[in-house]
Design a protein around this ligand. Structure first.
Ligand SMILES: Cc1cc2nc3c(=O)[nH]c(=O)nc-3n(C[C@H](O)[C@H](O)[C@H](O)COP(=O)(O)O)c2cc1C
Length: 402
């Protein structure tokens, strides 16, 4: 087994190889929250480079709950632009799936001063996030339908699958974690209740898109927070997702309060030495489930990918940041011509580390979307400042656009 071999998913769809570009929010949209020429250019280039699967940055269910002011929102009236995006993104026999998300309490105050969540637990992060209000029961049902609507819209636009974002502290993850889910109704309390929202979304989505359309789920191995969503919880959820016929499970970890998926500060040293941040957890998943498995976070060498595939530790290799560190990353990587150097963006100020990281990569995304080459010379301070300014200015543009 190696990275070039195809993979057939349970629904019957085939990925032409085992390399997936993991989701990276593009932050490209202007006030209208539609996909635009930058999306088309970037995804056409990435499709050409040969990855079997491209997962879009998270596309949002509601304009009142954006993860970034530059998100795309899934709206029926955007079908023409979504169709253009899907055409460009699937132009080389590859798959491209939308990553469907609702940010819940991880919506900045620039976007919403009263976001919703499972409960009213406020996110602690530099004062950028307001206290959420708990969703009403009928709103929960409406949101389940909206996930299914967004999946159906993705399919109609020509995307070849969808991924439900249940990781990184967004709304589904807020339901999963006992820290953020304090509900006492059937949507909170026991693990079975906390997982109901995710399972109902998967079921509603499947019934809407049919049995032959890929459904993926991205889930945390854990939140890396005391009393939060644990590895044991995650393993149980994964076994249920397999029974529900999920086609590809991606594992990651952390939330905005603890961005393990980017910084990997709490992950055991031995795991880091094994290159992939979540490989220890992947081994546990493998013992308990035969759900097709994508592992993302820290993977950099083709040798590691091929060995892990040969040892049957995973089915799909997820890589994100290297796509923004090298021009033509995927084609050179697949040809065995490139092993990315260790590269990180650090300000030295803990509260700003993930912002510098995200800002730096956002600058690269802007370059690629406008046909420019990668430029790694941006300083961490400039990168963090860029991100804050970008979010603030775009949020204002969104307000003016209504
Ligand atoms: C700029 C940037 C944006 C990201 N946006 C998303 C996103 O929209 N959805 C998501 O699930 N993960 C997102 N991630 C996390 C990546 O998918 C991935 O889990 C993480 O970068 C670790 O993989 P890597 O070490 O290969 O970069 C983002 C990461 C970066 C650097």
């Amino acid at each position: 087994m190696n990275i070039h071999e195809p993979l057939q998913l349970p629904c019957g769809a085939i990925l032409k190889n085992r390399l997936a570009k993991a989701a990276m929010t593009e932050r490209y949209s202007e006030g209208n929250l539609k996909p635009n020429r930058k999306h088309f250019k970037l995804y056409e280039d990435w499709a050409k480079q040969g990855s079997g699967l491209l997962i879009t940055g998270n596309v949002m269910l509601e304009k009142s709950h954006l993860e970034s002011a530059g998100n795309v929102v899934m709206h029926e009236s955007f079908l023409p632009e979504l169709t253009k995006w899907a055409e460009a993104a699937t132009s080389h026999g590859n798959h491209c799936w939308t990553q469907i998300s609702h940010s819940g309490r991880q919506t900045s105050i620039f976007n919403n001063l009263r976001p919703v969540s499972a409960s009213n637990v406020k996110l602690k992060k530099l004062g950028f996030f307001a206290k959420p209000r708990p969703l009403e029961v009928d709103e929960i049902q409406e949101l389940i339908d909206k996930y299914a609507d967004a999946a159906e819209l993705s399919k109609r636009a020509g995307f070849t699958g969808i991924q439900i974002h249940a990781a990184h502290g967004y709304l589904i993850s807020q339901f999963l974690s006992p820290i953020t889910n304090k509900r006492t109704d059937k949507w909170g309390g026991s693990l079975e209740n906390r997982t109901r929202f995710l399972f109902e979304i998967v079921k509603a989505t499947r019934s809407r898109v049919g049995s032959d359309f890929p459904i993926g789920v991205k889930i945390n191995s854990s939140d890396f927070q005391k009393g939060g969503f644990s590895e044991e919880d995650s393993l149980w959820v994964i076994r249920q997702l397999e029974k529900l016929g999920v086609d590809l499970l991606e594992i990651s970890g952390g939330t905005y309060e603890n961005a393990e998926f980017l910084l990997a500060e709490n992950i055991r040293q031995s795991t880091k030495q094994r290159e992939a941040y979540f490989l220890d957890f992947a081994e546990k998943v493998r013992k308990e489930s035969s759900i097709p498995l994508m592992v993302t976070g820290g993977i950099r060498s083709l040798k590691f990918c091929n060995e892990s595939l040969k040892d049957n530790l995973l089915d799909v290799v997820g890589i994100a940041r290297p796509y923004l560190l090298y021009d033509d990353f995927a084609s050179r990587f697949l040809a065995g011509e490139l092993t990315p150097d260790a590269f990180s963006v650090r300000t030295g100020i803990k509260a700003f580390e993930d912002m510098a990281e995200a800002g730096f990569y956002n600058l690269q995304l802007d370059r690629l979307g406008t046909g420019k080459k990668i430029d790694k010379s941006y300083s961490p301070a400039r990168s963090a400042f860029h991100l804050i300014k970008h979010e603030f200015v775009k949020a204002l543009a969104n307000k003016f656009a209504g």
